[in-house]
Design a protein around this ligand. Structure first.
Ligand SMILES: *Cc1c(COP(=O)(O)O)cnc(C)c1O
Length: 475
């Protein structure tokens, strides 16, 4: 398909707005462009066709089943968008006089109260703009806590080997060194290894539960107690609360600090770079360290001398919080556990339908997602996880996450989500079983998939190393 710049024809215009009746003013010469901007020149109908064609070639949750793992909710109810678009929210300016923003302030306070209740935390900041940013802030709180007690030896953070890649990255950005804790055969924290790693140089543990392979760690209370007994704090990576919200609370599991990904669990479309919100919740003992500054998250409460400081402009991504609060209020107290219950039920239902065809990485009840390992299929038939993922596209299904988590070979990570009905799951299972048959009868065909998409197998390494995200003008 042609790019919009390639469709441009010099002189083409879309003139639909009437001429302004206001006198126009020339810009000062110093502020004016030296050259015309290089904008595409097109008629309105050509623009409309261009974007409609682009939209048709995109696969989104509105096109079909989208079981991308470790990505949480996919379908975002439209009412959340409608509320976030209300002018009273969308047109606010962060520098407006305080007296004119009491409604927005109430949104933040109410969302904070609900999210603290859902997570079992006492306090929360909305400043961080994403999950990784939240991790960074949460770890700053941890660091500040130890330093405020004069405990300067604590420089290590323990992180399981199955953790999301942002966990060790955030820990080292805060200046901690990372000690990896191996998983046991069930994909959970190896308690022996944890005990061996604990001493008075440990600042804390970073964990997510259910973990990155979709398993709820049954030893969680022992794990957090061991860390507390050694003087460390427990950090909960709450990016994916979809499996547990309304059922168990990280605060009750022994965690002291947590980040949430509102853009994953509380309804903001995510992927493609934002906007997001990674609010950080904490227990009372860390509350005094939360971000705070002149333009901080709670300007109306006065300064906090021990705050880690400002981590983002103004109040964070406010409209993401509006969507989250809308979602929470529309679901209500019954709807929240129902949503996570459906996410878990759907994952287990699909897992049982396909596990005889494709082996499970961990054969036990899963949470909101499950991981298949195609290592044996590949050895037997030469068909890889990539081939199966590509073939799914020909069936009108978005592929699961591939080759993640790293601890599983030839991994396909499937997350059906809470919004899919039984018919869709049945169809998806049938497709996966049909592909498994093909691996035995016509494996060579699978190496050629997909056949129905405009782009089939791009050079992904090349695209990641040399991204060309801007049109290269010929002159
Ligand atoms: C997505 C994710 C993150 C990072 O969140 P971003 O908003 O992408 O920065 C961290 N941890 C887990 C478990 C995640 O799934």
């Amino acid at each position: 398909m042609k790019l919009i710049f390639e469709r441009s024809v010099s002189g083409r215009r879309t003139h639909l707005t009437p001429k302004s009746t206001f006198p126009s003013k020339e810009l000062p010469q110093a502020l004016a462009r030296a050259k015309q901007p290089k904008l595409p020149e097109m008629s309105e109908v050509a623009i409309s066709r261009h974007y409609t064609q682009l939209a048709k070639q995109t696969f989104g949750v509105n096109n079909g089943f989208y079981p991308l793992g470790s990505c949480t909710m996919k379908y975002n109810p439209r009412v959340n968008e409608a509320v976030a678009a209300l002018p009273g929210f969308a047109r606010m300016h962060p520098l407006q006089p305080k007296a004119t923003v009491s409604g927005c302030r109430e949104v933040l306070d109410t969302a904070r109260a609900h999210l603290c209740e859902i997570t079992g935390m006492d306090d929360m900041t909305f400043q961080p703009a994403a999950g990784a940013h939240g991790e960074y802030v949460g770890l700053l709180l941890m660091k500040q806590y130890h330093q405020s007690r004069g405990d300067h030896k604590r420089t290590r953070v323990l992180i399981p080997d199955s953790a999301h890649g942002t966990n060790p990255a955030s820990a080292s950005m805060v200046g901690f060194t990372v000690t990896h804790i191996p998983s046991d055969v069930e994909g959970c924290v190896d308690l022996k290894a944890l005990k061996a790693a604990l001493d008075d140089t440990v600042a804390g543990l970073m964990l997510t539960n259910p973990n990155t392979v979709g398993i709820f760690d049954p030893n969680i209370l022992d794990i957090t107690r061991l860390v507390h007994d050694a003087g460390g704090l427990n950090y909960y990576d709450g990016a994916n609360l979809n499996a547990i919200m309304g059922w168990v609370r990280p605060g009750d599991m022994g965690f002291d600090v947590i980040h949430l990904n509102l853009h994953k669990t509380f309804s903001t479309p995510h992927g493609g770079g934002g906007p997001g919100a990674g609010p950080v919740g904490c227990k009372k003992l860390l509350s005094g360290f939360l971000p705070m500054s002149h333009m901080g998250s709670r300007i109306w409460e006065g300064e906090k001398p021990d705050s880690v400081g400002q981590v983002r402009a103004f109040y964070g991504n406010f409209l993401v919080v509006v969507r989250a609060l809308t979602y929470i209020l529309t679901l209500g107290k019954e709807g929240i556990p129902q949503a996570s219950g459906m996410a878990v039920l759907n994952a287990n239902y699909l897992m049982h339908k396909v596990k005889d065809a494709f082996p499970l990485a961990y054969d036990r009840i899963c949470m909101h997602e499950f991981v298949l390992t195609l290592e044996s299929v590949r050895k037997e038939t030469g068909v890889s996880a990539l081939d199966v993922a590509k073939c799914l596209l020909d069936y009108g299904m978005h592929p699961p996450t591939m080759y993640f988590p790293l601890v599983v070979k030839e991994a396909l990570m499937v997350e059906p989500t809470e919004t899919e009905n039984r018919e869709t799951l049945d169809e998806a299972a049938e497709v996966l079983l049909a592909i498994r048959e093909m691996t035995k009868t016509r494996p060579e065909k699978l190496h050629l998939c997909p056949n129905t998409t405009p782009i089939g197998r791009p050079d992904e390494v090349g695209a990641a190393r040399n991204p060309r995200v801007r049109y290269q003008f010929p002159d």
